[in-house]
Design a protein. Structure first.
Length: 108
């Protein structure tokens, strides 16, 4: 399985980081490096998308838990998209369905 971690540019202070592939001791440093950059201003809200990731060992789980805790300590609102799984102690966010997002925009 290939591995990729991508941080999208912050839009209105919201940054989205997508992780694909295995997160373990061999890739945790890459994940930590990208998330470290994603925590810099202007980020006020961070979504970590793990829907295409496999967190396979304690080093991978620790890396993600440490980085979400660091984001929260910096006052950055943090959510994790992780269908069917969860990092201990962290809320699990799910992206809105396209129709629901359109309805929310229409109401705004």
């Amino acid at each position: 399985m290939s591995f990729a971690v991508t941080a999208l540019p912050a839009i209105a202070g919201h940054r989205w980081v997508c992780v694909e592939g295995t997160v373990d001791a061999s890739t945790a440093g890459d994940v930590r490096s990208v998330l470290d950059g994603a925590l810099r201003p202007p980020t006020r809200r961070l979504t970590i998308d793990l829907s295409r990731a496999r967190v396979t060992d304690p080093a991978g789980r620790r890396c993600l838990a440490d980085m979400t805790a660091r984001a929260e300590a910096l006052g950055i609102e943090t959510s994790v998209v992780d269908p069917g799984r969860s990092l201990p102690g962290h809320a699990v966010a799910t992206p809105p369905e396209p129709a629901a997002a359109s309805a929310e925009l229409a109401l705004a």
